[in-house]
Design a protein around this ligand. Structure first.
Ligand code: C2E
Ligand code: MG
Ligand code: MG
Length: 694
C-alpha cells in the first residue's frame, strides 16, 4: 500500500490525501450523528414507554387490589393502540402472571419468549430486539404487583439502518464530490510544481540558464519560484564567468600575448583548414615565411623592451596588408607567417610580398629610436611545393633561409634544389658548434699594401674552417650560419684574440708598423659585449690599439645609427681603427658617412673586378676614391687580380690594396717569408711579387 502510494504522481497523492481526509471526516461525523440519533431514539422510546407503563400501572392498581383479573386485562387493552408494543404482563406480589396482553400472537414468536424468559426486575432492559420496561403497581404507597411492557426495537433498528444506508449514499456521493474537487483543487499546488519541473528539465536539456520561471502566487510556491530563479541567475552568472574564462583561456592558448596575432597552434589549425578548402575548391595557396633581418641585433643592442615594441609595430604593418580571408601568425621570436588563399598566379604573390617588404622597411620610430627593419621572406606554394602542412612549412622555411643568405630585405620562392642545401646547412650548423672547441677553425692572413710604394702595411685576418670531411670551408658558407645561430659571438671573440696575438707576435719578431684588419659580422658588432671584448683582448695580447682595424659594413650600422655611432666612438677613443668593408654595396648614405668616426673605406671587390671593363663600376670606383679623399679617409681596394686593375686604381689615387695579384690569404706558417722580405727589401716587395704573378 505504501509502495503503491509512493508510485503515485504528486497529483495522485494530493487527490488521494484530500479525498481520504474528507471521507474520514465524513465517516466519523456520520458515525457520531447516527450514534447520537440512535441513543436519542432509544431514550425517547424508553421515556414514552415509561410514561405509558406508569399510566397503565395506575389503571391496573384497583383491579389488582380487588383481584379482578378481567378488569386488569381490560386495563392493558389500550396498549393495542401502540403498535410497537409487543406485549405486557402484570404480575402479582407472588410474581405470578395476573393479566397479560399480546399485540399480535402470530406476528412474533418473541411472545413465547415473553412468556417464559422474562424475569422480574426493576427499571428497563435493552436487548438487541426488545426493550423491556418494568413498572411497580403502587396504590397508596403500597406495591401490589409489577407491570412489564415489551417494546419491539425493530422499528428503531430499521430507522437506524435507513440512516446507515442514507449515510452510505451520502458517503459515496461525498467521496465522489471530494475526489472531483480534490482532483481539480490539487492543480493549484501541483500545476506550478509541474511547470517548475518542466522548466527544470528544459533548462537542464538546453543548458539555457537565462530562462526564468513565471511566478504565479506569492505563497510558499512563489518563494520556491523566486529561489529557483535566484539559483538560475547565480548559475547563469557562473556559467557566463566560466564561458568568459574559457574564452580567455582559449584566446591565450591560440594567440601570441605580445602581438595578439594567431600563434603557432592556431596557425596550424588554420593552415589545415585552408589546405582542405584549397583541395576541395582546387585552388592554390601560398605560405609566406617571414623572418626579420638582424632582429637579434636590435634585441642585443637596444634591449628586449625595444625589441618587443619593434615586433608589435611590425605586426601592425603586416596586419594592415593581410586580407580578411588570409591568416597572419607569429610563430615565435621574429618569425611570422602569412597564408594567402585563392591565388591565381605566382605574380600575385610576388606583388604582395614586394609591397609587404616595401612597407616593412620604411623607417619606424620606436622608443625615440629611428629604426629600419627589413625582413626576409620564403614562399612555398600549394600544390606545387607540397600537399600537406608540414612539407609546405618546411619548404617556406628553407626558402626563407635562402632569401636570408642572399642578403636582407629579399623574398624567395621555394625550389626543390634548396632542400638539399638546407639539409647541408643544418648539418653544418651542428658541426660548427664543435668546430671551435675541436680547434678546427684557423685564421689566414691576406697582406695589404700601399699601392704607390709597394710597402706592406698589414693583413686582413680571414677565418677558415678546416672541416674533417669537407676540407677548408669558406667563411661565406659558415659565417651566416654562425650569425644565425649566435655562434658568431664566441667564434668572433676567438678570431679577434687570435688575430691580435698573431699581430703582436709579428711586431715582436719583425718590428714593422703593420696593422691587422679583422672582419666583424653584424650580430657581433651589435652585441653589447664587443667593446669590452676588444679592450680585454688588447689588454691580454698587449697589442697597440692602433694596430687593430675593425672592418664593419654599412648595412650593420644602418639598423640603429645613433647607437652604432656611439659604439664606433668608443673604439675611436680606445685608439682602434675602423674601416667600412664592401663599400658601395650598402646604403652609402653620405649624410651618415660624414658622422662615422672611421679612417678607411674599402672598395668592394665586385667593383674592382669590373674595373676598366664596366663603365658603371669604373665610375663607382673612381667616385669612391674621390669621396674618400675628400673626406680625408684612406681608401683600400680589395680583390685586385690584374695589373690593369692595379694601374687604374693607382691612377685614380687609391692608397692601398689587397688581392690575388699580390697574395692570396696565407696560413700563419707562410707569413714568415713574406715578412722577412718585407723587412729586407721593403719597397721592392710589391714589384717582385707582381713579377712572380705575371
Ligand atoms: P671580405 O671581408 O670582403 O673579405 C675579402 C674576401 O675576398 C676574402 O674571402 C678574400 O679571400 C677574398 N679575396 C681577397 N683577394 C681576392 C682576389 O683577388 N680575388 C678574389 N676573387 N677574392 C679575393 P674570404 O676569406 O672567403 O671571406 C669572405 C667573406 O667572409 C669576407 O669578405 C668576410 O665578409 C667574411 N669573413 C672572412 N673572415 C671573416 C672573419 O674572420 N670574421 C667575420 N666576421 N667575417 C669573415
Ligand atoms: Mg673584410
Ligand atoms: Mg670585402
Amino acid at each position: 500500500m505504501k509502495q503503491l502510494f509512493h508510485k503515485l504522481s504528486l497529483r495522485g497523492k494530493l487527490t488521494f490525501i484530500i479525498t481520504l481526509t474528507s471521507c474520514l471526516v465524513l465517516v466519523l461525523t456520520f458515525i457520531a450523528i447516527i450514534a447520537l440519533q440512535w441513543v436519542s431514539l432509544r431514550n425517547n422510546l424508553l421515556q414514552d414507554t415509561q410514561v405509558l407503563s406508569q399510566g397503565i400501572g395506575e389503571n391496573c392498581a384497583a383491579a389488582m387490589i380487588f383481584n379482578d383479573q378481567q378488569a386488569a386485562t381490560l386495563a392493558l387493552e389500550p396498549l393495542a393502540a401502540t403498535p410497537h408494543i409487543v406485549g405486557a404482563r402484570l404480575y402479582n406480589q407472588n410474581q405470578e402472571v395476573f393479566a397479560e396482553f399480546y399485540q399480535d400472537l402470530a406476528r412474533d414468536t418473541s411472545n413465547d419468549q415473553l412468556k417464559t424468559a422474562i424475569i422480574l426486575r426493576e427499571g428497563h432492559i435493552f436487548s438487541s430486539a426488545y426493550l423491556d420496561v418494568f413498572e411497580p403497581v403502587i396504590f397508596d404507597g403500597e406495591t401490589h404487583g409489577q407491570l412489564m411492557i415489551r417494546v419491539d426495537l425493530a422499528k428503531v433498528n430499521r430507522i437506524f439502518i435507513d440512516y446507515a444506508w442514507i449515510g452510505v449514499g451520502i458517503f459515496l456521493l461525498y467521496s465522489l464530490l471530494a475526489f472531483l474537487m480534490a482532483n481539480s483543487l490539487q492543480r493549484v499546488i501541483s500545476d506550478p510544481i509541474k511547470s517548475l519541473a518542466l522548466s527544470m528539465e528544459t533548462i537542464s536539456q538546453e543548458k539555457n540558464y537565462s530562462h526564468r520561471v513565471q511566478k504565479v502566487s506569492s505563497d510558499e510556491m512563489g518563494s520556491l519560484f523566486d529561489s529557483f530563479n535566484a539559483m538560475l541567475a547565480e548559475i547563469e552568472s557562473r556559467d557566463q564567468e566560466l564561458l568568459n574564462s574559457e574564452a580567455h583561456l582559449d584566446y591565450l592558448a591560440h594567440h601570441d600575448p605580445l602581438t595578439k596575432l594567431a600563434n603557432r597552434l592556431l596557425f596550424h589549425d588554420r593552415l589545415e583548414h585552408s589546405l582542405a578548402r584549397a583541395k576541395r575548391m582546387k585552388s592554390r595557396l601560398a605560405i609566406l615565411f617571414i623572418d626579420l633581418d638582424r632582429f637579434k641585433n636590435i634585441n642585443d643592442s637596444l634591449g628586449h623592451d625595444v625589441g618587443d615594441k619593434v615586433l608589435c609595430a611590425v605586426s601592425e604593418r603586416m596586419n594592415s596588408l593581410v586580407r580578411e580571408a588570409d591568416t597572419l601568425a607569429r610563430l615565435g621570436g621574429d618569425e611570422f607567417v602569412i597564408i594567402l588563399e585563392h591565388l591565381r598566379r605566382n605574380d600575385d604573390v610576388s606583388r604582395y610580398v614586394e609591397k609587404l617588404l616595401r612597407d616593412m622597411s620604411s623607417t619606424m620610430e620606436v622608443s625615440s629610436e629611428k629604426l629600419h627593419v627589413s625582413a626576409s621572406v620564403g614562399i612555398s606554394l600549394y600544390p606545387d611545393n607540397g600537399e600537406d602542412a608540414d612539407s609546405l612549412m618546411q619548404a617556406a622555411d628553407i626558402a626563407m633561409y635562402q632569401a636570408k643568405n642572399k642578403g636582407a630585405n629579399l623574398y624567395q620562392f621555394y625550389s626543390a634544389e634548396m632542400n638539399a642545401n638546407a639539409r647541408e646547412s643544418l648539418l653544418l650548423e651542428n658541426q660548427l658548434r664543435h668546430a671551435l672547441k675541436d680547434k678546427q677553425l684557423t685564421l689566414y692572413y691576406q697582406p695589404q699594401f700601399e699601392l704607390n710604394s709597394g710597402r706592406l702595411i698589414g693583413f686582413e685576418a680571414l677565418v677558415r674552417w678546416n672541416h674533417p670531411e669537407l676540407g677548408l670551408v669558406s667563411p661565406l658558407d659558415f659565417i651566416p650560419l654562425a650569425e644565425e645561430s649566435g655562434l658568431i659571438v664566441p667564434i668572433g671573440e676567438w678570431i679577434i684574440f687570435t688575430a691580435c696575438k698573431q699581430m703582436k707576435k709579428i711586431h715582436e719578431q719583425w718590428h714593422l708598423p703593420l696593422r691587422m684588419a679583422v672582419n666583424i659580422s653584424p650580430r657581433q658588432f651589435l652585441h653589447p659585449s664587443l667593446v669590452q671584448t676588444v679592450a680585454e683582448v688588447l689588454y691580454r695580447t698587449k697589442l697597440n690599439p692602433g694596430s687593430l682595424e675593425l672592418e664593419i659594413t654599412e648595412s650593420m650600422v644602418m639598423g640603429n645609427i645613433e647607437q652604432s655611432i656611439s659604439k664606433m666612438d668608443e673604439f675611436n677613443k680606445m685608439g682602434v681603427e675602423l674601416a667600412i668593408d664592401d663599400f658601395g654595396t650598402g646604403y652609402s648614405s653620405l649624410e651618415y658617412l660624414k658622422r662615422f668616426p672611421i679612417s678607411k673605406l674599402k672598395i668592394d671587390q665586385s667593383f674592382v673586378k669590373e674595373l676598366g671593363v664596366d663603365t658603371n663600376d669604373t665610375a663607382i670606383v673612381n667616385s669612391v676614391i674621390a669621396l674618400g679623399k675628400s673626406m680625408g679617409l684612406e681608401v683600400i681596394a680589395e680583390g685586385i687580380e690584374t695589373v690593369d686593375q692595379l694601374e687604374l686604381l693607382k691612377k685614380e689615387g687609391c692608397d692601398q690594396g689587397q688581392g690575388y695579384l699580390f697574395s692570396k690569404p696565407l696560413p700563419v706558417a707562410q707569413l714568415s717569408s713574406l715578412l722577412d722580405s718585407a723587412l729586407i727589401r721593403e719597397p721592392e716587395i710589391l714589384s717582385s711579387m707582381m713579377q712572380k704573378k705575371v
